[in-house]
Design a protein around this ligand. Structure first.
Ligand code: ARG
Ligand code: GLU
Length: 716
């Protein structure tokens, strides 16, 4: 008996660690509030989330596709990361007007620049719709039937919730489809750039420092939301006015010290804390290493060309950053998971779980079988996942293939049209075509990418698993990939602006030419092969795994009653809380909890390219004119770390103190801690926050845009 109790306690300790978790704001009151208070939080749960009164949630918004932003003034000024605004800033930049390189600071409202395509999304309310989603899902019916009933229920819930109002709605699964929540949102579309530091400040440290502590970059940019006369979302118009939010965050200049309570409010994208040993094994021993290797090759090609030419640098800057970011994260994750023996830890956990439930014979058999099914499914899935990665990370890393494969969808619709069938040709031939002249594409660079990726593909992929047409091209070219690439890039009409313009001027008329295009033929063959040989089986197995994972999640919740389970991140609004904390890195290294501008200058003095800053910054530093932004030692703090559980999507999230005042902007995690997406560990997983005092110093002292502080509520 004693042994069992000890074992259960160990099991619980293993998965219930303080500081771990991304909590649902509407459940804070019930699930976390007592704990948050104990850790120093000074406000009420309603101040975090309320649907009747203005609360913090009204000042936290999804920024663009996948970041978070926060409202920091009653005039709709929002703060996010530089790397979140990066795409928008790059799109507004040209070689002559390079806002990436030089920064941008609006000096009056009329300087603010509209960012086409950018949106900011607020959450109006969150409702549990689990019962409605499961309505009419009876036991005994097939999975396919269940699925279609649930999908129909979800559609109905979403439609009903937005009938008669201006909101958008979506339903998301939680706990692997054991629960469902409805999100009602308001999407603002007139967003204007207000402030961005030069890249040498915002992205100081570049790829060298990315995912690494200590940090010294002011990773921020500011935008403003504009609304119509009724303060409602509207398309861009000069008539629009700055948005007046229900709530905006006060900003504290008091800073934060070791052990202080901190909270991160934002939209974490994806975590997988409840994976089995089989999934972690696949991740750490196959998926991460392969994806890392393929991306490294792509990055090398892009980097070489970007260094040579500013136009190419601007074309590829955003993409390079994206590819590099995941590349580096996966390598950190892989190292971290290996070092902490994650697969064996999961195995031990699974064995303990079986022991915990073995006294109940029905459970014993059920869970034993569950793990067996996982084992089988992952055994089947691993080789398919590898094939798919060679498709998506290798072949589709080449723009030529990607664009030509896109055209094949248009041609498919044309075929239907010509056969007199229902078709979407009219819309697709407008919307599904690449915009010309090509954006962010350089033929010579892409050709090098093609050569590199095809060479890897030829070396590493079993010939029996290749698209037949590609295999025969390799044969015809005697495995000389350079010759094959020359042939494609010389003869295709889809790869330069002028030829493509002619070709695409009338898709229907030129259908014959398109179909004869060598790039088109190869991309089509590649796509068809993967769509037939890999995608269906992959999808089938992923569905099966999802089903098992759903059962497993439920079994954890049902059997481990002492633990509060948070749902994995899924791009929805969450609260994480923890403490400002230092940590031990590699043997002999202890990391302090904050950095200062002294460290920025130290890095700069190494002369390394990624640590370049403009003379102006160095001069200001030498004057030590830190004003109200200095800490008690007279230093200017740049960043700090804490134990908040965060992930991609939390970039730009407000980091708040115990009183709910903004003390910084979340922008990264430490290298050792990137494994927290799969296995959080409080002793070394840290989120990295840009100290808001550094942000304001850059705006005020560096850029001379201190007037922006007038609209903020600054707490001194
Ligand atoms: N690692 C951070 C995040 O995951 C920052 C990424 C952008 N910066 C970069 N150097 N690529 O998004
Ligand atoms: N930089 C990340 C983002 O864009 C946040 C860092 C993380 O993944 O924790 O969301």
């Amino acid at each position: 008996m004693m042994k069992r109790i000890i074992m259960v306690l160990v099991l619980i300790a293993n998965i219930a660690k303080a500081d771990e978790g991304m909590w649902l704001p509407q459940l804070i009151e019930a699930m976390n509030f007592a704990d948050m208070k104990k850790n120093g939080f000074k406000l009420t749960a309603q101040q975090i989330y309320s649907i009747n009164k203005a609360s913090m949630k009204d000042a936290v918004a999804i920024f663009g596709g996948g970041c978070t932003s926060e409202v920091i003034s009653t005039n709709g000024l929002i703060l996010t990361n530089h790397h979140c605004g990066y795409g928008a800033i790059a799109a507004l930049s040209s070689v002559d007007n390079d806002y990436l390189k030089n920064g941008f600071f609006a000096m009056t409202a009329s300087d603010e620049i509209y960012c086409k395509g950018l949106s900011v999304t607020f959450i109006k309310r969150i409702d549990d719709v689990t019962a409605q989603v499961f309505k009419n899902v009876k036991s005994g019916i097939s999975e396919v039937q269940k699925d279609s009933i649930m999908q129909a229920n979800i559609k109905r819930i979403e439609t009903e919730a937005k009938a008669g109002n201006q909101y958008e709605t979506f339903v998301r699964p939680f706990y692997y489809g054991n629960e469902f929540y409805l999100f009602t949102t308001e999407v603002y579309k007139d967003i204007r750039l207000v402030a961005a530091p030069p890249e040498s400040i915002g992205k100081f440290g570049g790829e060298t420092d990315n995912w690494v502590w200590p940090r010294h970059n002011a990773d921020f940019s500011m935008f403003r939301i504009y609304a119509d006369v009724n303060n409602k979302p509207a398309e861009f118009s000069v008539q629009n006015k700055p948005y007046h939010p229900a709530y905006s965050f006060p900003i504290s200049l008091k800073g934060t010290e070791l052990g202080d309570f901190t909270m991160v409010y934002g939209f974490p994208g994806r975590t997988q804390e409840y994976l089995t040993s089989y999934a972690v094994d696949l991740l750490v021993n196959q998926q991460d290493p392969l994806r890392v290797k393929l991306r490294e090759q792509r990055l090398n090609v892009m980097e070489a060309d970007m260094k040579k030419n500013d136009t190419i640098r601007l074309m590829y800057a955003n993409r390079y950053a994206g590819v590099a970011n995941a590349y580096k994260k996966w390598s950190g994750e892989m190292i971290g998971l290996k070092k902490s023996d994650a697969v064996n830890k999961k195995k031990k956990f699974e064995a303990d779980f079986l022991k915990l439930t073995e006294s109940d014979p029905a459970k014993k058999e059920k869970y034993f079988n569950l793990f067996k099914q996982f084992e089988k499914a992952f055994g089947d899935y691993a080789p398919l996942s590898k094939q798919y990665d060679y498709y998506s990370e290798c072949l589709m890393g080449v723009d030529g293939f990607r664009m030509a494969a896109g055209i094949s969808n248009v041609m498919l619709e044309l075929k239907k049209k010509q056969a007199g069938k229902d078709n979407k040709f009219a819309t697709l031939s407008k919307e599904g075509m690449p915009s010309l002249p090509f954006k962010n594409y350089n033929k010579a660079t892409d050709k090098k990418l093609c050569l590199t990726m095809l060479q890897i593909y030829l070396n590493e992929v079993d010939r029996s698993l290749m698209p037949i047409y590609l295999d025969s091209l390799f044969k015809v070219y005697k495995n000389n990939v350079a010759d094959l690439t020359d042939y494609l890039y010389q003869n295709s009409n889809m790869l330069d602006n002028e030829k493509a313009k002619n070709l695409y001027s009338d898709v229907e008329k030129n259908a014959g030419l398109i179909e004869k295009d060598p790039m088109y033929q190869l991309a089509l063959a590649i796509n068809q092969h993967y769509q037939k040989a890999v995608v269906p089986q992959t999808a089938y197995l992923e569905k099966q795994i999802a089903q098992l994972q759903k059962e497993y999640m439920l079994s954890l919740k049902e059997n481990i009653k002492t633990k509060k389970f948070y749902p994995d991140a899924n791009g929805t609004l969450r609260v994480a809380y923890g403490k400002v904390s230092d940590y031990d890195g590699k043997d002999g290294i202890h990391y302090k909890h904050y950095t200062t501008m002294d460290g920025l200058i130290e890095k700069n003095q190494t002369g390394e390219e990624d640590f370049y800053v403009k003379q102006r910054l160095i001069e200001l530093y030498n004057k030590k004119d830190f004003g109200q932004y200095a800490d008690k030692n007279g230093q200017l703090r740049t960043a700090f770390i804490a134990s908040n559980h965060t992930t991609g999507g939390n970039s730009g999230s407000p980091v708040l103190n115990a009183k709910g005042e903004l003390i910084g902007t979340n922008f990264d995690r430490n290298w050792e801690g990137t494994m927290s997406d799969v296995m959080y560990n409080v002793s070394f997983c840290r989120n990295i926050t840009l100290d808001v005092r550094y942000t304001l110093w850059v705006i005020d002292k560096y850029a001379g845009a201190g007037y922006l502080l007038n609209e903020m509520k600054i707490v001194k």
